[in-house]
Write a protein that binds this ligand. Structure first.
Ligand code: GLU
Length: 489
């Protein structure tokens, strides 16, 4: 049997990290087994679906590197890949079920259904369709149609008793069939319901394995009943456990960003995101934690997917991101920073390649996300100096700082080289002349030049600022120090 899996998002918003994890598991499963990864857009809910969501989902999947073998933009033998364009399949198969006596038109209006539902609840009964339209004969149907009612199509459920399947993640799952009713297949506007469209498409697209979140587990019995009614072989089902936030409740906006796109905006690498998502529910069986997508493609298996919920740990994602950043070649890291900054409106293309590489090198291991460049590089990226009030106040309080910074400016003004080596030599030389520790002068200069205590190394800071700005900031800090001292007396 050839492996064919699908990711079937409903385009009613961005790609959620839970959806991304489902997409990733399907993608990895397909790659591991030399199968096909199909992307199907489930856009039959016209009120909630929109083109922007489709575009956003595709973009996030591309960003993650989860290329699909069939789907939007990659036509294949089983298209179209938008449910909205597959109406003929649903009509044809609906007619087939009717012909087999396994579906019937239902003329009950939403109001009537709601009233009956309320009455059932009032009697403490589980709400379910009472089957009244199933008993209609031709004359009865004609009468209701003459009233102008439009029919939905319902499944004629015949079986009671248990239903069971061997789940790829959870093992044996059984379900009491009796709780299901004659559920709707086509709404009165002719649009298919999720369960019906899903079964028709999974069959037509020859899907071998359905890997999805376990929030869908209650749909599986209905889908299995449909496979039976059609006489089709059902795919293998595997329901992966949900993702929880740190407090043990289902991951939601309360826990922070939930869209893949926002992690891209926060400066996470797709490599880290993929690695992190893979470990939400799957484990390699040893203690390794860092994986490239290509490695995951050879290692992933449902047998190592756990059935208990996975916890989304942001600190771990951050740690992974720092590790993946470190794994990149310097050129690649610089390029990622440039692209990230460009997307945020900071065009670094006017700077020399050496400068851009120098900035990234200066930030070094402080870089946990690409966004950190904005913080650690702010001193050089922004025209004006933003100061940490506490660090700045302390600088202005410290005895002797003003004259020393002014002297440093004077000394560096006559340094023709302005290289990391010459800057270090001159600064240390001056500290020695003052008879103070080099570190003392350097920490004051660092605050003067970056406005902060936490910043890249001083000589790199000077080099990145360039001579003019370095001298200007040193002199400026010296005169601010002077002002504070003068206002004291
Ligand atoms: N459109 C459904 C969803 O987004 C797909 C569920 C499934 O994979 O069957 O949740």
């Amino acid at each position: 049997m050839s492996v064919r899996v699908r990711f079937a998002p409903s385009p009613s918003g961005y790609l959620h990290v839970g959806g991304a994890r489902t997409a990733l598991f399907n993608y990895l499963f397909a790659r591991r087994h030399g199968g096909a990864f199909v992307l199907r857009i489930e856009d039959t809910d016209l009120a909630r679906s929109n083109d922007e969501s489709v575009a956003a989902i595709l973009e996030s999947l591309r960003w993650l590197g989860l290329t699909w073998d069939e789907g939007p933009g990659v036509e294949g033998p089983h298209g179209p890949y938008f449910q909205g364009q597959r109406g003929e399949y649903y009509s044809r198969h609906a007619a087939e079920l009717r012909a087999r006596g396994r579906a019937y038109p239902c003329y009950c209006t939403p109001d009537e259904l709601e009233q009956r539902r309320a009455a059932q609840l009032a009697r403490s009964e589980a709400p379910r369709y009472d089957g009244r339209c199933r008993a209609l004969d031709d004359a009865g149907r004609a009468r209701l149609e003459a009233e102008g009612r439009k029919a939905a199509l319902r499944f004629a459920k015949n079986e009671d008793g248990g239903l069971a399947w061997e789940d790829g993640v959870r093992g044996a799952v059984s379900f009491q069939n009796d709780v299901l009713d004659d559920f709707v297949l086509l709404r009165s506007d002719g649009l298919p319901t999720y369960n019906f469209a899903c079964v028709v498409d999974d069959h037509e697209m020859e899907i071998s394995h359905v890997i999805r979140g376990d929030d869908h587990i209650s749909n599986t019995p209905r889908q299995l009943l449909l496979y039976r009614a059609f006489g089709w072989a059902a795919p293998h089902f595997a329901h992966v456990p949900m993702i929880l936030g740190g407090d043990g409740s289902r991951l939601s906006k309360r826990h922070g960003a939930t869209s893949v796109a926002s992690y891209a905006e926060l400066g996470y690498l797709p490599e880290a995101m993929v690695n992190f998502l893979a470990l939400l529910g799957w484990s390699p069986g040893d203690n390794r934690e860092l994986f490239a997508l290509s490695e995951l493609e050879t290692l992933f298996g449902l047998d190592r997917c756990g059935s208990s919920p996975a916890v989304f740990n942001l600190e771990k994602l951050e740690w992974m991101n720092a590790r993946h950043l470190k794994r990149l070649s310097e050129d690649d890291r610089v390029r990622r920073v440039e692209d990230f900054m460009a997307a945020r409106g900071h065009d670094l293309s006017g700077r020399s390649p050496e400068w851009r590489a120098g900035l990234v090198r200066a930030i070094g291991d402080r870089l946990k996300t690409l966004k950190d460049v904005e913080f650690y590089g702010a001193f050089a990226l922004r025209e004006s100096l933003e100061t940490d009030p506490q660090a700045w106040a302390e600088l202005c309080e410290r005895p002797g700082v003003g004259p020393r910074l002014a002297a440093l400016a004077g000394r560096l003004a006559s340094d023709p080289d302005f290289t990391l080596e010459s800057l270090e030599r001159e600064t240390r030389g001056l500290a020695a002349e003052f008879g103070i520790k080099a570190g003392e002068l350097m920490s004051a200069a660092r605050v003067a030049l970056t406005g902060r205590r936490v910043a890249p190394g001083l000589f790199e800071v000077m080099w990145l600022l360039g001579k003019d700005r370095t001298l200007e900031r040193l002199r400026d800090a010296a005169s601010r120090w002077q002002q504070v001292q003068t206002s004291r007396v």
